[in-house]
Design a protein around this ligand. Sequence first.
Ligand code: ATP
Length: 343
Amino acid sequence: MLICTAILNMSTNNTDSSAIKRIGVLTSGGDAPGMNAAIRAVVRSCAYYKIQCFGIKRGYQGMIAGDISRLGPRSVNNIINKGGTILKSARSDEFRTKEGRKKAFEQLIEHEIQGLVVIGGDGSFTGGMIFQKEFGIPVMGIPGTIDNDIYGTSHTLGYDTALNTVVEAVDKIRDTAISHNRLFFVEVMGRDAGHIALNTGIGAGAEEILIPEEDMGLDRLLQSLKRSKKSGKLSSIVMVAEGDKIGKNVFQLAEYIEENLPDYEVRVSVLGHMQRGGAPSCFDRVLASRMGLKAVEALRDGISANMIGISDGKMIFTPLDKAIKGESTINRDLVRVSEIMRL
Ligand code: ATP
């Protein structure tokens, strides 16, 4: 992945960094495992630097409503291992309007909050960026989404946990596929990006992997499954990302294959929201802890309008506008690995 590293002097506001005494933290968009670990890290880093930390409930909607309360180091006991987000998450249409954002700003003024840490996806970063431009409140972003579809980081929070959840589920599906000689279509999350399908497809030994970045075509899929059957495979797993390019949903795909490959008994499993839940992996907990600390230190140092990411094991900054617009590309080497491994 090409990563843009932009360090220092990214602030678009004139707040004296050392004057930051109150920081707000919120989670927005879809929840992801590791969000709680990130909240904990923000709260405890604030305490370390003697900054007062405020939890804003239900994302931007809670900010508009003034659902804001003080969080101290003991408020975040025993959450590092919990999925979801103690601050709750929400999508807010009101925040998309100038009036809504003005109400949110007034709430921050009321609580004397001088900087924001936004944990969420690219939509949340877009909102945060607009908010900073309009009202001068410094914003730092932490990428929290299981899809790993954000430019500027090799890993988003929750992605590693989701991979492990999916692989565990597909291992179980494989047991039943083998016992009944079935062909399973397993749909995983990833409307715009195939990271989950590609990695879990390789990790769980799937015969085929359908991702939004590649149009395999129905005919090629059919031929490939025929070859696979001929080569002696009695059961198979096809991993399908939600947004795969063939243009049929997973049930239509299964129907088509069953009609054209009557030797197989075809089943569909849509993993759905279970991919978002569960205790975060150790990787996500460590990543969240590092990102939370870095976000607070950035605001303290006068850096804002940036997202924290990880690249080659190091914490890096990417300006929010680049993180939003940039494309998170799949690893082509993995596509090659998957093609060879299905033989
Ligand atoms: P996920 O990856 O899980 O979808 P996300 O952060 O991209 O997470 P969105 O629903 O796109 O989720 O955005 C979250 C919230 O951010 C929205 O509900 C809205 O309040 C705010 N937001 C998104 N886009 C804008 C925008 N253009 N202007 C103002 N606010 C926005």
